[in-house]
Design a protein around this ligand. Structure first.
Ligand SMILES: [Zn+2]
Length: 168
């Protein structure tokens, strides 16, 4: 297995090899989160073992959540490379689908967000604060438009690269 790892530590994986459950992102957390805790940037509340959107509880501790910290550091957990001539022809439609999907995910999982969308020679690179969101964005494209979908996982850093392409 090791020999397949490229310089960056990313290894090809099948989607069924990816963990189903959402792992609590401990990016830059100094210690275990107390309950309740509120993110001083986005207002997400950590309570009952998970992040959620709710009113700020009395006496909440303040931290910067992993998603806001990743955005600050420009250090994504997920990378979705979208490309091919089909994308070029249907860019607005496909970007809409990705945004709608993010909204839906973020409503339930506050730390799952699109961080940035950057143009590439072949399409766009969408970065996310959350690995599951990156996987789901790739699957949403594949579900709606078929095309080629690949995953590369970096286990040491828990990063995921998703490649989706389709030609016309
Ligand atoms: Zn936050």
């Amino acid at each position: 297995m090791k020999s397949q790892t490229d310089r960056t530590g990313f290894l090809p994986v099948r989607r069924d090899q990816l963990r189903k459950e959402r792992v609590h992102d401990t990016y830059k957390l100094q210690h275990k989160l107390a309950e309740p805790t509120v993110c001083m940037e986005c207002g997400a509340v950590y309570h009952a073992g998970r992040w959620q959107w709710s009113a700020r509880p009395a006496g909440a501790k303040e931290v910067v959540c992993a998603a806001c910290q990743r955005a600050r550091d420009r250090f994504p957990a997920g990378f979705v490379e979208v490309g091919g001539s089909f994308f070029a022809e249907h860019k607005a439609e496909l970007m809409n689908l990705l945004r709608r999907h993010e909204e839906k995910e973020k409503a339930e999982h506050p730390l799952a967000r699109i961080m940035a969308v950057a143009d590439t020679p072949d399409g766009v690179l969408v970065t996310t604060t959350d690995l599951h969101l990156a996987r789901d964005l790739g699957e949403a494209l594949h579900h709606a438009y078929q095309g080629d979908l690949e995953f590369h996982y970096n286990e040491a850093e828990n990063l995921l690269r998703v490649h989706w392409r389709r030609q016309l």
